[in-house]
Ligand binder design. Structure first.
Ligand code: NDP
Length: 245
C-alpha cells in the first residue's frame, strides 16, 4: 500500500447506510474529499457532520436518469474531478420464486442495480477519461456468481454488474482507469430489512447461526483497493463470512 495525494475526490452511491456509509468513513480516514449520494438527505447530513474533511451531498434516485444527470451537472467545478467512484447503491426488493415475482420488485432490482450503476458511471466517466485517471469500484454480490433459491432477478442483476465490471475494465483500460468488482457474501446491514420489506424479525433471522460480515469489512477492502500502487488493480474480489460456503 502506497501513500497517495491528498485532496482526491471519492464519490460513493448508497452512502446513507450500510456498506456505503462505512466506506465513506474509511475513505475520509484516508484523506479523500467525499461526494455522498443517496435519497435520504437527513442520513447523508448526519454522515457529513461526522466527517472532518470537505464533503458534498447529492440526493437522487439512481433509477431516474434525469435526476442523476441533474445532480452531477449541479456539482460545483471544484467537485467535478472525481478520482474514485464507488457504485454501491443497490437493493434486493422482495425476493420470491420467479412464478410469484412482482413487476414492481423486478423493476426496483434491475433499474436500481443495473441502470443506476450505468447512469452514474455515464456522468463520471467522461472527466476520468479526460484526465486519464480514475478508479471505479462496482458492488456486485456473490449472488452475481451463484444463483440461489428465490434469488432469480436479484442474481441476474448482479450477474449484469459482473459483466459490466469486465466490460468497463476493457473499455476504460486505455485511459488508465482501474475498474474493480467486489462480490460480498452476507453483510449485516439494512439490506435484509429492504429485502423483507421492513419485516425486521425475519430480516434478523437471516443471520441466525453464523456471523455475517460487517459493513466495515467491505469498507476496509475498498480502502485497501484504492490505496494500492498505480500498477496494482484488485480487479475482482469475493469476500465471504468465514461461515458461508
Ligand atoms: P443498505 O440497504 O444498507 O444500503 C443500500 C444503499 O443504497 C442505501 O444507502 C440506499 O440509500 C441506496 N439506494 C438504494 N436504492 C437506491 C436508489 N434507487 N437511488 C439511490 N440510492 C439508492 O444495503 P447494503 O449496504 O448492504 O448494500 C449496498 C450494496 O451492497 C448493494 O448494491 C447490495 O446489493 C450489495 N450487497 C449487499 C450484501 C448484503 O448482504 N448486505 C451482500 C452482497 C452485496 P437511500 O435509501 O438513501 O437512497
Amino acid at each position: 500500500v502506497e501513500k497517495f495525494d491528498m485532496n482526491k475526490i471519492a464519490c460513493i452511491t448508497g452512502a446513507s447506510s450500510g456498506i456505503g456509509l462505512a466506506t465513506s468513513k474509511a475513505l475520509a480516514d484516508l484523506g479523500f474529499h467525499l461526494i455522498l449520494c443517496g435519497r435520504r438527505r437527513e442520513r447523508l447530513e448526519e454522515l457529513q457532520q461526522s466527517i472532518s474533511l470537505p464533503s458534498y451531498i447529492l440526493t437522487f434516485d439512481v433509477r431516474n436518469w434525469t435526476e442523476v444527470e441533474q445532480a452531477f451537472q449541479s456539482l460545483p467545478i471544484e467537485w467535478k474531478n472525481i478520482d474514485v467512484l464507488v457504485n454501491n447503491a443497490g437493493n434486493a426488493h422482495g425476493l420470491a420464486p420467479i412464478q410469484d415475482g412482482a413487476l414492481e420488485d423486478w423493476d426496483a432490482m434491475i433499474h436500481g442495480n443495473v441502470n443506476g450503476l450505468l447512469y452514474v458511471s455515464k456522468m463520471v466517466i467522461p472527466e476520468m477519461i479526460r484526465r486519464e485517471q480514475g478508479h471505479i469500484i462496482n458492488m456486485s454480490s456473490i449472488a452475481g456468481k451463484q444463483t440461489y433459491a428465490n434469488g432469480n432477478v436479484y442474481c441476474a442483476s448482479k450477474a449484469a454488474v459482473e459483466a459490466l465490471s469486465q466490460g468497463m475494465r476493457i473499455d476504460l483500460n486505455p485511459f488508465n482507469i482501474k475498474v474493480s468488482n467486489i462480490a460480498p457474501g452476507a453483510v449485516n446491514t439494512e439490506f435484509s430489512a429492504v429485502r423483507f420489506k421492513g419485516d425486521l424479525p425475519r430480516a434478523a433471522s437471516v443471520y441466525q447461526g453464523f456471523t455475517p460480515l460487517e459493513a466495515s469489512d467491505i469498507a476496509s477492502l475498498i480502502a485497501y483497493m484504492v490505496a494500492c500502487p498505480a500498477h496494482v488493480n484488485l480487479a475482482d474480489v469475493t469476500i465471504l463470512p468465514s461461515a458461508q460456503a
